[in-house]
Ligand binder design. Structure first.
Ligand SMILES: [Zn+2]
Length: 342
């Protein structure tokens, strides 16, 4: 019986060895094929995961900084002189610019030379708008449009809500970021494709705001931190919106970014509005947030901080994001310096 078992055991062993030898080459080939096909997919998924993680970290960091930064009250009651403007002009002039707001004009005078200083025009000076004004709206514009501008010098308008003490939009944060963006169009940032041009203009806006902040302008810090938070958040959202991970993103955003009742109520309201306008919403998320993020995030990670080709005044222009890199690398110091100056 024992002999029989030994014989059976050795037969079995031989059979298994024979079988494994037989399929070994197959296993090796299958392994090679699998690693050739799967490895790049796995490594690209890991790489993609890392990029997403970095963007999510950026959003959380900027949100923390944003929550610490105080609103700097800017707007004296009744500052807007005339809401009956007919040609985006306003009733008085300030350094040759027709306007209805002294505040808007003073910020414009402060911001414009930065377009020269940051190299947008080469050796030429910045372009001055003929008129700049706060304009109210009676529909979509009221809720979703912060500002508008014509190309190359004519006018820039900002939504009057950001000036109106009766509105929850009434704070300095959105005004300065919007003004810099619209003045970018006034410089001649226009043209096709529109989505990429808007994304390029956002990158220019961030660099100008960073240049202002590094120059000691405390007004620029809060708007820039908000823009960097929103753009990195948009990047993560755009990457996950069509995937099964989207609910996880929403939960993370709920727990990390929108932590107050006020923020959650606003997000919930906005979600109801955009529920059947998903395409439009995705376009906005990509052009104004996600694409700008891809353009600046890799640029600021190492010198010489030169962007990929942008659609600015001409197609193919690049920017040096040295100020943005400096700002991001010294975020805490910027926040502390605003807090100390209070
Ligand atoms: Zn624009």
């Amino acid at each position: 019986m024992k002999d029989f078992l030994v014989t059976l055991g050795s037969l079995l062993k031989r059979y298994i060895v024979w079988q494994v030898r037989g399929i070994l080459p197959l296993l090796i080939i299958a392994g090679i094929v699998a690693s050739v096909i799967v490895a790049p997919a796995v490594s690209s998924a890991l790489g993609q995961g890392r990029v997403l993680w970095t963007a999510a970290e950026m959003a959380a960091t900027m949100d923390k900084a944003y929550d610490k930064l105080p609103l700097i009250p800017l707007i004296p009651d009744g500052e807007v002189k005339d809401l009956n403007t007919e040609d985006y002009g306003g009733s008085f002039q300030c350094w040759g610019i027709k306007t209805n707001s002294e505040l808007l004009c003073k910020f414009t005078l402060e911001v414009l030379p930065y377009y020269y200083y940051e190299g947008l025009h080469g050796e030429n000076d910045a372009v001055w708008p003929a008129s700049i004004a706060f304009i109210p709206g009676d529909g979509q514009y009221h809720f979703h449009i912060l500002g508008r501008a014509s190309c190359a010098g004519h006018y820039a308008i900002l939504n009057y809500r950001s000036q109106n003490y009766a509105s929850p939009w009434n704070d300095a944060t959105s005004i300065l970021a919007t003004l810099v963006h619209e003045l970018g169009h006034v410089q001649g940032v226009c043209g096709e494709p529109v989505g990429y041009m808007e994304a390029s203009n956002q990158v220019l806006t961030f660099e100008i705001l960073a240049a202002m902040a590094n120059h000691g302008n405390h007004y620029a810090v809060r708007p820039l931190v908000k823009e960097l938070r929103d753009s990195s958040l948009s990047y993560v959202e755009a990457e996950l919106i069509d995937t099964p991970l989207y609910p996880v993103f929403k939960l993370w955003k709920h727990l990390t970014i929108n932590t107050t009742f006020e923020e959650r109520a606003r997000v919930a309201k906005s979600r109801r509005y955009w529920a059947n306008k998903q395409d439009e919403l995705e376009y906005i998320i990509r052009s104004y947030g996600a694409v700008p993020y891809t353009l600046y995030a890799s640029t600021v990670s190492s010198p010489p901080y030169i962007t990929p080709k942008l659609q600015l005044i001409e197609w193919g222009q690049t920017l040096v994001l040295d100020d943005l890199a400096y700002f991001i690398n010294n975020l805490d110091k910027h926040v502390n310096s605003v807090l100390e100056s209070k």
